[in-house]
Write a protein that binds this ligand. Structure first.
Ligand SMILES: Cc1cc2nc3c(=O)[nH]c(=O)nc-3n(C[C@H](O)[C@H](O)[C@H](O)COP(=O)(O)OP(=O)(O)OC[C@H]3O[C@@H](n4cnc5c(N)ncnc54)[C@H](O)[C@@H]3O)c2cc1C
Length: 279
């Protein structure tokens, strides 16, 4: 397995900006992944599809391990088992082919299965936790399997944070391929209508809280379209910051800070970041 140096993470994240990883590897299988995890003693970051992550412009002075080659999906009895690097797009194709319902809400989310379980990705009132049955993790030099009851999932968060996810077992319902495909298309259309899906971003920047919908507050305070350098509060969806083409990570993070300070000063609400900053 090659370990590369000074790899630009703008090519590996959906924000399309930011610095480099000092060391970078894409293990081909779990043996290589586990070997790296056992041998590496310094700073470490496991990268899925990079759709919630931004790396500061100065770069990350450690090892980034990408799960992108860990991409197998198969059946284990009546459960579906996915390697951590399986992209949602491919999982959706698998669901349509095998007439499996339960993940239609996830259409258009550019996640990996590992990232989605750690972040408990969700939309339209559903989340990934609904379908998760068990998770294989790597911790203290060995793998173990956590049953759903041993994992705490909450809004865009889980107790899997700071663990390494290898594989995830999902329980989905038998349906018809046509129905599943139609539902995926319906949700994908809604996403396209309401979100800037064609621009560099990391989805919603701030978490929803009880009685707090960040996009609504940002809109109300006139911050829609606010810009710092190449980063802009999306004119399509105020909960997103988009890269207009030339954004640096510093532009994005300065805009995040500007929004947080303005919202706090004018409403007293402290917005909580959903974006993962690699530094
Ligand atoms: C256009 C767009 C739309 C989006 N819409 C939504 C939406 O509707 N709902 C939603 O919830 N999110 C949405 N997102 C955000 C994003 O897709 C999710 O947060 C997703 O769960 C992140 O998965 P990832 O694999 O890209 O994670 P990454 O960005 O790669 O990583 C995120 C975190 O997970 C950790 N991680 C990743 N893989 C592993 C692993 N195998 N083991 C341990 N830790 C791991 C990373 O270390 C990091 O802390 C959107 C993003 C974009 C760009």
């Amino acid at each position: 397995m090659k370990i590369l140096s000074n790899v630009p993470l703008k090519d590996k994240t959906t924000f399309k900006c930011g610095g480099t990883a000092k060391w970078y590897a894409e293990p081909a299988d779990f043996l290589e992944f586990a070997t790296l995890l056992k041998l590496h003693k310094g700073k470490l970051f496991v990268l899925g599809a990079g759709s919630k992550t931004i790396c500061i412009d100065k770069g990350f002075d450690g090892l980034v391990i990408s799960t992108q080659n860990l991409s197998k999906i198969c059946f284990d009895g009546d459960l579906v088992v996915c390697d951590a690097g399986v992209k949602f797009e491919n999982l959706q194709g698998f669901c349509i082919k095998n007439a499996l319902s339960g993940l239609e809400w996830s259409a258009g989310i550019p996640a990996s299965v590992g990232g989605a379980s750690v972040m408990n990705a969700g939309a339209f009132g559903h989340d990934f936790a609904e379908s998760v049955e068990k998770v294989e993790i790597f911790e203290n030099g060995k793998t173990s399997i956590l049953a759903k009851k041993d994992i705490s999932f909450s809004y865009r968060n889980s107790s899997l944070k700071n663990k390494v996810v290898f594989r995830v077992w999902l329980r989905l319902k038998k349906s018809s391929s046509q129905e599943v495909e139609e539902e995926f298309l319906k949700f994908a259309e809604q996403k396209q209508k309401n979100q800037p899906v064609c621009m560099g971003s990391a989805g919603s920047i701030f978490k929803r809280q009880e009685n707090v919908i960040p996009a609504k507050i940002i809109d109300k305070l006139g911050l829609k379209g606010a810009k710092i350098g190449g980063a802009e509060v999306s004119t399509h969806h105020s909960g997103f910051i988009v890269n207009t083409g030339s954004a640096t990570a510093n532009d994005v993070l300065s805009l995040v800070e500007l929004i947080r300070q303005t919202v706090h000063q004018k409403t007293g609400v402290v917005l909580e970041n959903e974006l993962i900053v690699l530094e």
